[in-house]
Design a protein around this ligand. Structure first.
Ligand code: NAP
Length: 296
């Protein structure tokens, strides 16, 4: 079968989810090269990328969901050394499309100056909603591991009712926990009530936090500060699902001897196969849409 695009794609670093996307790329691109993975993991139809100089031949480069850090490093989970992608960026061909979950502002500016295009997909609704399923299941798993009591009958506070918060509140509710949703918008509090949960404005969290067995934050801003943490009972667990640094004052939690867990990247950890399928189905469509929209 003829590929949809007559150019090369490179998939760099990450875990098995990246390999799932590389396989989905086979029908889309003339050639797919996988960099930063051991030879045994290279699937049929994908070419091992052995020489970093050849990366500039790729017109599309896929980085992991977490992208690269400010130092320009990318994690590859089955090799020891991080990949210095930042060091390779100046050699890329202008016009190359970099596809990644998130790209830091610093590297976005550098990419712009070098004439590289960047497509960030972490905020894509389809992907975020589907990813919220393994994320919420991961929160259940953590809660079960950390607590000596059942979720059934436990008091759970879910902070934030966005894509992750909604799925998380639903899953704990379906396990017969007593779920309080804490959000800032009246509409979110109304939605919480519609779901059979109690809705509490974030500003009133102090009135109910001391009763919770499980506190799950999904808000990417500091919510669980020291003034709230002093009210948390010592035997409860805080699971912070918001991307690092999360929404918890972890230093204060440690000082207060509370169990507070920052839990990023749950889809890839608890359900790598499902998470890989979600990315493999969504990313090729996003790239096609990007090119259809003119690739700006
Ligand atoms: P989202 O749909 O944008 O929802 C974010 C929620 O946070 C909304 O309810 C929003 O409230 C609330 N919020 C934002 N800023 C706030 C503030 N300053 N004060 C009070 N509420 C605030 O995001 P999402 O897709 O649910 O993702 C939530 C977080 O989880 C993100 O950090 C995301 O990166 C992370 N995440 C983590 C994992 C994991 O494995 N741990 C997986 C997926 C996503 P409004 O509706 O009032 O604006």
């Amino acid at each position: 079968m003829k590929p949809f695009y007559n150019f090369q794609a490179a998939v760099v670093g990450g875990d098995s989810r990246q390999i799932a996307v590389a396989v989905a790329f086979i029908d889309l691109f003339k050639e797919v090269k996988l960099y930063g993975h051991p030879q045994v993991d290279i699937p049929d139809g994908v070419v091992p990328g052995l020489n970093w100089d050849e990366l500039r031949e790729a017109s599309v480069i896929l980085l992991p969901v977490s992208g690269m850090n400010d130092q320009g490093l990318i994690r590859s989970y089955r090799i020891d050394q991080p990949i210095d992608f930042g060091g390779l960026i100046p050699d890329l061909t202008p016009g190359t499309l970099i596809v990644t979950g998130v790209f830091t502002p610093k590297w976005l500016q550098i990419a712009n100056e070098l004439g590289l295009k960047v497509l960030q997909y972490a905020e894509d609704d389809e992907l975020a909603i589907l990813n919220s399923i393994p994320t919420a299941e991961g929160a259940v798993q953590l809660a079960m591991e950390e607590l000596p009591v059942t979720i059934h009958g436990s008091r759970v506070i879910v902070i934030g009712l966005g894509r992750v918060g909604l799925t998380t509140a639903r899953i704990f509710k379906s396990l017969n926990a007593h779920v309080i949703v804490s959000a800032r918008k009246p509409g979110s509090l109304a939605r919480a009530r519609e779901m059979g949960c109690k809705g509490v404005p974030i500003k009133d969290l102090a009135n109910c936090i001391s009763k919770a067995d499980i506190i799950i934050n999904t808000v990417p801003a500091l919510i669980l500060d020291e003034t709230l943490l002093v009210k948390v009972k010592p035997e409860s667990v805080i699971i912070d699902l918001a991307s690092p640094p999360g929404g918890t004052d972890f230093k204060a939690a440690e000082k207060l001897n509370l169990k507070a867990i920052l839990a990023p990247g749950l889809p890839g950890k608890v359900a790598p196969k499902t998470a890989g399928k979600i990315l493999a189905s969504a990313i090729p469509k996003m790239i096609q849409q990007f090119f259809m929209d003119g690739g700006a």
